[in-house]
Design a protein around this ligand. Structure first.
Ligand code: NAD
Length: 475
């Protein structure tokens, strides 16, 4: 029911051969699903050589032909969506409908990039003298090393693989060791779609060893990382050493501003559902809730009712609406945040503890009366805890919402169009949802400001991130 975990290097699957490895756990049970092989130093060197060879083939394949293979891979992902979603649930924990939506969206992302790659136009700039042709052309940046985390095992690899391949790059991806099976199956779809050997390579290992090995190589010209801010800063430093291009999609601490003229109950339903998606383990998860005093009570009551109705359990069982946390580290982090909140004098309105004693489940939690400088209000919880506090006026809430060093996502709800315009402009964030939570689509730019990172992963900006601009002046 799970999958055979292997490395994919130069068009061949690899396992065994005395390689070290680790067990992959099902977070709903805490039990091992399968053994994952780690790439040896020789495997990583083989992946680098393969990617270099793959680049020569792929960059010389027309965007038209690249798109055909990518679209075929996207179709295979859709055909295999049920199997892939079941693998995803078992290794990551989210409920099946969320996993399925993620897998299908991944196919959409790959297809969108396939099409966009065909529109990676250059331009002609009029010369100053007659007969001079000035061309600006886009070229693939080269071999890419990509590192993806455990919270979206299909979507994050799809964004990096899709954009890199559309641009004509080859790629070595190190998917998360905690959720490897989904990416194994995605890579299988590309292999079955006829992608030439070496263009896409998949490795696993001790994350720091793999990234240092790959990034020390001159073969790698660009890195793309999704994960925590400390690791992002470390990798950005390594990238700078080798003057490699980098895209950093890091953590956040998304403020949600609910104005007094918003419908408190409708807003609570929308944002609570978004909060508990993937048990809150989402980089754009709504995190700090500032609610204007006139609607605070109604909002809090409805949000709490939503939290109390969340059905916790194994993501493969029908009817459950929230699965376990993905790993035991998150359970420890939730317990520490709840304890710190209590020590700060906060009120735990609902939840606040582990659910059951099997697997890594934690109750949907609502916290109020918590100071702005508490850990929960300042450190990314990456879990199902929602602190909800009040505010008085626009300027005050903008200052508080912008006070942290992060800037990935922000949300605001209001019934007034002038306030909607003003808050969209005022929030310091890479993405802002105003009366909307639809801030992540294949065709729109996704990325942060401040310590949440730099670069984009979707939209035309996401493709641009994998191309170099070359200026040719021809007399
Ligand atoms: P972590 O910081 O050790 O790891 C985060 C991710 O980075 C993991 O996927 C890990 O495999 C990878 N990683 C770690 N060191 C690396 C290295 N040297 N080179 C390459 N990859 C490396 O810790 P964690 O417990 O997995 O997560 C902690 C926090 O990270 C979370 O609470 C959350 O704030 C953040 N996070 C963010 C995202 C996101 O989507 N932006 C995803 C996962 C985790």
């Amino acid at each position: 029911m799970y999958t055979d975990l292997q490395l994919y290097i130069d068009g061949a699957w690899h396992n065994g051969g005395g390689r070290k490895g680790e067990d992959v756990l099902n977070p709903a049970t805490g039990k091992a699903l399968a053994a994952l092989p780690h790439a040896s130093a020789a495997d990583l060197d083989a992946a680098l050589a393969a990617a270099q060879k793959g680049l020569a083939v792929w960059r010389n394949t027309s965007a038209y032909d690249r798109a055909k293979i990518m679209r075929k891979a996207a179709d295979l992902i859709r055909e295999r969506a049920d199997t892939m979603s079941r693998i995803l649930v078992q290794e990551q924990g989210k409920v099946y409908p969320e996993a399925r939506a993620e897998v299908v969206t991944s196919a959409d992302i790959i297809e969108w990039f396939a099409e966009e790659g065909r529109r990676a136009y250059g331009r002609i700039v009029p010369g100053r003298q007659k007969g001079v042709r000035q061309l600006v052309v886009q070229e693939p940046v080269g071999v890419v090393a990509a590192f993806t985390p455990w919270n979206f095992p299909a979507l994050t690899p799809a964004r990096k693989i899709g954009a890199a391949l559309a641009a004509g790059c080859s790629i070595i991806i190190k998917a998360s060791e905690e959720t490897p099976g989904t990416c194994v199956e995605m890579v299988r779809c590309f292999a079955d779609a006829g992608l030439p050997a070496g263009v896409l390579n998949l490795v696993f290992g001790v994350p720091a060893n793999v990234s240092e090995h790959l990034m020390a190589s001159d073969i790698v010209k660009k890195i793309s990382f999704t994960g925590s801010i400390p690791v992002g800063k470390h990798l950005a430093g390594l990238a700078a050493k080798g003057m490699k291009r980098a895209t950093m999609e890091l953590g956040g601490h998304s403020p949600v501003v609910v104005f007094g003229d918003a419908d408190p109950e409708k807003t609570a339903d929308t944002i609570a559902a978004f909060k508990y998606r993937n048990a809150g383990q989402v980089c754009i998860s709504p995190t700090r809730f500032y609610v204007q005093e006139p609607v605070y009570k109604k909002f809090l009551a409805r949000f709490t009712e939503y939290a109390n109705n969340v059905k916790i359990g194994d993501g493969l069982e029908k009817g459950n609406t929230m699965g376990p946390l993905a790993n035991p580290r998150r359970l420890d982090a939730m317990e520490a945040l709840v304890n710190d909140s209590k020590a700060c004098g906060a009120t735990i309105v609902t939840g606040g503890k582990r659910h059951g004693n099997r697997g890594f489940f934690f109750e949907p939690t609502v916290v109020t009366e918590i100071p702005d400088d508490s850990k929960l209000m300042t450190q990314e919880p990456f879990g199902p805890i929602a602190p909800i506090v009040t505010f008085k006026d626009f300027d005050e809430v903008v200052e508080r919402a912008n006070s942290l060093p992060y800037g990935l996502a922000a949300y605001a709800f209001t019934g007034n169009s002038a306030t909607a315009n003003a808050i969209g402009d005022a929030l310091q964030s890479g993405m802002v949802g105003v009366n909307s939570v639809a801030i992540s689509t294949p065709e729109t730019p996704f990325g942060g400001v401040k310590e949440s990172g730099y670069g984009h992963e979707g939209g035309i900006e996401g493709l641009e991130a994998y191309t170099n601009r070359k200026f040719i002046s021809q007399a």
